[in-house]
Design a protein around this ligand. Sequence first.
Ligand code: FRU
Length: 547
Amino acid sequence: LHQGRHGRTAYHFQPAKNWMNDPNGPFYHNGMYHFFYQYNPHGPTFGTGKLSWGHSVSGDLVNWAFLGTALDPTSPFDAKGCWSGSATTMPDGRLAILYTGLDADDVQVQNVAFAKNPSDLLLREWDKPSFNPIVPQPADITRNNFRDPTTAWLGRDGLWRFAVAAEVAGVGSTVIYRSADFITWERNAAPLHAAPGVPCWECPDFFPVVEHGTEGLDTSANGPGVRHVLKLSKAANEDYYVVGWYNDGADTFSPVEEGERGGDVRNWRRIDHGHLFGAKSFFDARKNRRVLWAWVDETDGSSYDGAKGWTGIQSFPRALWLDTDGKQLVQWPVEEIETLRRKRVALLGKEVGSGELHEIAGIETLQADVQVVFEIPNLEDAEQLDPKWLQHPQKLCAEKGATVEGGVGPFGLIVMASGDMQEQTTVFFRVFKHDDAYKVLMCTDLTRSSTKEGVQKPVYAGFVDVDVEKDKCISLRTLIDHSVIESFGGGGRTCITARVYPEHVATGSSHLYVFNNGLHAVKVPKLEAWELATASVNVEDDGLNAL
Ligand code: FRU
């Protein structure tokens, strides 16, 4: 399990070797999930001038077979790279990819490719028509920022639309193109969104969610009871979103949140408060849900030197839906992860006293799924929140780490701990009093995650938008997979993904604990931890047999 893995994950998506960045064009078709990604077939570093679309398929979003590359930089309109984009499944049966080509002159343009034979199960072959680019770079684009087309959707006028990130005369914008035939595209005069004073943000995602419920919607869905989500990616490693109303007549989008929160992209909500980028969702008709992928880059320097021979993983696919507050998204690992569950251990009705540490023994915790509920009997001693921290949860967490005794909390998990506790990562909550209510802070603290030099060891944090006074408890789910820790606080309202590179895992086993450094005991009505099996993910010699 341990030796020779060098941080390779057991159930997160990654290629057998080489470089991977953004998720591209996920879709479900004919009983098969297709997933593409920015991929350098020639080596483990960002392939300047060389990026292809890697292509893998799966029957269950857990086990994957690598099919090679679907798009390669072989045409004048993508000679320097097949960059990010999305797939669209059309009512007439066609399957299209819209993607950015870095053309022979290094200019970013938008291209289309069609599945050669949509009834072929594996869809290995994609046709890049010679009439590309379908959208050359417009004259008002500045600094060559024009990329990452979304999945297209049909307006009620029968026209297709896609959104693309663009810097228009210096302004970071999300621009819309329309087409009747998917081939001739015309730009809307007004962008869907523009952020004066903010440079171009990348990888837009734009999709509908139901106002009430957890089911997903086809990307073209609209009408009563539907909201839309606009997501943009800010280099490096921060994805932001806002929920709003989309009018498909005028192609306008207005955030539901008032003031700064909705108005300024820098104040939008975070998809994840950790290290995650380029999120892209698709509608999964098989299970009637919307599923999100995102790139999780290395933080040990290997993105630059490719030392491990592979670089980059994807977050475990997450179902997502709109919370009952109508403003925030809820994200949750897709249920198929449960097929990997093996040995289970549980704690039921355990009280964790002030200053106590309790080991969860009996399973291999390097590849595990941990779910825990903390019951907070008494909020009286919650510390007062200095409002200056409201915009800076990360700094607050750095100041008040897991060992700094608080009123209510810190309590949470210690994961990937070495026997001597020299290496450990904490994922925890701390409850503050704020005005007449309470604020829950969630942190993942990597400062002691590894004894290795040269790896990033930040503190990640975000507030969790839950009513702790009413609920009297707060939940945490943490997925541990060798070099990644993905945590979902408050039922998936706040997510924190982190890459970790502990040294002890090469030779020793890892430990898992619950801890409480608050003033009073907290109750753990239920903690369950499952050891997870290793999925078959792009194993070279296994290939399609794994499915
Ligand atoms: C984001 C990004 C995209 C671009 C792609 C190239 O990580 O810069 O904007 O299309 O990567 O690999």
